[in-house]
Design a protein around this ligand. Sequence first.
Ligand code: MN
Ligand code: MN
Length: 461
Amino acid sequence: MERENAWKKYDDTAEVYDFAEGYRQFISQNKTERECAAYFEGKAKAAGFKDLKEVIKAAVPIRPGDKLYAVNKAKEVALFVIGKKPLCEGMRILGAHIDSPRLDLKQNPLYEDTDMALLDTHYYGGVKKYQWVTLPLALHGVVAKKDGEVIKVSVGDEPGDPVFGVSDLLIHLSQEQLEKKGAKVVEGEDLNVLVGSIPASKKEKEEAKELVKANIVNILQEKYNIEEEDFLSAEIEVVPAGEARDYGFDRSMIMGYGHDDRVCAYPSYEAIAAMSKVDYTSVCLLVDKEEIGSVGATGMHSSFFTDMVAELCALEGNDSAVYLRRVLSNSKVLSSDVSAAYDPNYPSVMEKKNSAYFGRGVVYNKYTGSRGKSGSNDANAEYVAWIRKVMDDSDVSFQTAELGKVDAGGGGTIAYILGNLNMQVIDSGVAVLNMHAPWEIISKVDLYEAFKAYKAFLIAE
Ligand code: MN
Ligand code: MN
C-alpha cells in the first residue's frame, strides 16, 4: 500500500519546476482573497473567458466550448467551460478556497500609546497567535469611501516599502510568560501592529494630544486620501511580508504565505484554463471564507454558485427548477484543500499508514472531520474507486490520508456543503507543513501532480 515518491517518475523535472515557479510568483503577489479573485479574473479574461453576467444580460444561449466566468463581490470566482453533453448529465467541479488565515484590522484600529502608533487587529481563521510576533508584516486590502470609491492598499511587499509587525516580550523579562499555556503565551488582544513613532509637528495639529497618531493620520491622508473614519468601511489584512521562496538545497519545496488553499486554487485554475472541448461541463470554483466556516455571501454556503448554475441552465434553454436539481445531483467534485504533511518532528499526532507525505503526489481524504468523522463529507467507496481509476489511467501519483491520528484534533473543508447538494464529492489536495503558520511549506512535485490530477478529472469519462 506504500506509495512511490513521485519525483522518481521524472527524468526531466523542468516541467515540475516551471509550473512551481509560476505558482511561487502567484502567491508572492496575491495575498488576499480579493487579490486572488482579481488575478484569476484577469487571467480568465486574457484566456478568452467571457463575463457570465454580460452573457446573461444579452441572453446569448450557451454552446459547447464556451468559456465563462463570474465574480462574486470581488472575493469569489466561478469559471465554466461548457461541455458537449447537456448540463443535466452533471458537471465536473474543482473547488478550492482563496482566503487564508491572517490578522484583520479592527474597524476602529488606530491608537497611540507611549508615543507609539498601533493598529488593533482581530485574527481571522485558526492561528497559533505566538507565531505572528516579530515577523515582517504587510498591509493589504481596501478602503471603501462614502462616495463609492474603493482605494486599494498594499504596503510592505514592494521593494523599498516599510514593513510592520507585532512585538514580543524580551526573553530577559519572560519568566512569567513562559509559564503560560501555548494558547495564552501571546493573546489575541495583544496582536497590535506597530506603525509609527514620530509626533506630528505641533504647528499643524496645535490641539492634538496624540501627535504620533496624528502624524500617521496625516500620512494616510496625503498618501491614500484616507480619513481615520474611513477605517470603519475598510478591509485591511495583515499578512507576512515578502516573497515565497524555494526551500531546501534541492529547491524541491516552496515556503510561502497562504498555501492553504492557494496551492489548490492555482492548479485548479490552470487545469480549467487548459480545457477546450470537454464532454462534461468543467467548473472551477474559488471561494472565500472557508477558514471561518464557509459562511456569508462569498463563502461556499452562499447561494452564489447554485444561482450561477441556474443561470447556465436557463441559457441552455432549461429553466425549470427540477432541471437544476438534476444538474447538481449528477455532478462530481474534487473539493480541494490542503492536507497535513507528515512531520518527522511531530510523529506522535500522525498514524503512519494513513498520513500524507511530501513527494508522494496529490492527496485524497475520503473523510476529514473530528471526533469520529464529525462534520466530514465521507466519499462513497464507488466514487473513490472511480477516482483511483482516473488517476491510474493518467499516471497521476496520488496518496490517501487522514488529518492526523484519531482524536488528535481534526478539521473541515467545503466538501460537505457540495455533498449536501447530493453531488459525488471527495476531499483532495496538496500536503502542507506548518499549516496555518505565517510561512507554510509544500512540495513542488505534489503541486504538479495535483495539476495533472485536476486535468485528468475534468476530462474523465
Ligand atoms: Mn484550507
Ligand atoms: Mn485552513
